[in-house]
Design a protein around this ligand. Sequence first.
Ligand SMILES: [Zn+2]
Ligand SMILES: [Zn+2]
Length: 168
Amino acid sequence: MLDEQSLAGVRRAMTNVADRQRDLAVAEANLQHAIRVLHATGGSLQEIADAVGLSRQRIHQIVKESGGVPGRRRRRTAGMLACSFCDRSQAEVAKLIAGPDTRICDGCVAAAAGRLAPVDATLRCSFCGKAGDQVETMADHDGAAPRICAECLLLCHEIIAEELGSPT
Ligand SMILES: [Zn+2]
Ligand SMILES: [Zn+2]
């Protein structure tokens, strides 16, 4: 026979661990995304490694794992990437920003800003992996995935403004 009270304690502790693990996974996804953005905006692996105090190998691993190194794990024809929201290819847009498995073009970044709305907790941002209850608002693609949260959208907007020199 198990002592009910002790069992309840174990269950509480397990829930706690599960919560922390989920938070950790989100935090790691955020870190990887941030490093990818740094890399995508022109930082070399060595520069990033030196600046943040991680090994160059680790940075390389993160960039590679999230599909950031060209020529690896590209399934689209001739390595041509396309926007996950409008399907226009890299060549057809001014700027394409890549997340872990999702990409968004400058046009869709601009359009998404007008579609931001609070979403259900079960839905996740395709870029940072945060759930609907962890972010204020998200924009989706015709009511379905991919989705982008307000934070990621702002980041994309900043990258585009910086690279294309468009007014913020
Ligand atoms: Zn697009
Ligand atoms: Zn996000």
